[in-house]
Design a protein around this ligand. Structure first.
Ligand SMILES: [Zn+2]
Length: 64
């Protein structure tokens, strides 16, 4: 996580989740394959769902 040299001249590129073509980070749509939210982080979403489920589980344990 050492991206301290970000500038508007060299936008950070990230591979599209569908066609793997490096495209500008934060793009709403991949210009190559046309998929929407090409950088939607499925892993992060799954981790958050896991955390929420864990919290709910722990909470239910301490309720009784
Ligand atoms: Zn793409």
């Amino acid at each position: 996580m050492a991206s301290r040299y970000e500038s508007s001249e060299t936008p950070e590129l990230k591979p599209c989740r569908y066609c793997k073509t490096p495209i500008e980070k934060g793009s709403k749509r991949c210009p190559y394959c046309g998929i929407l939210t090409p950088h939607s982080d499925v892993k992060t979403t799954l981790v958050w769902i896991g955390i929420v489920l864990f919290v709910v589980w722990v909470y239910s344990l301490f309720r009784y």
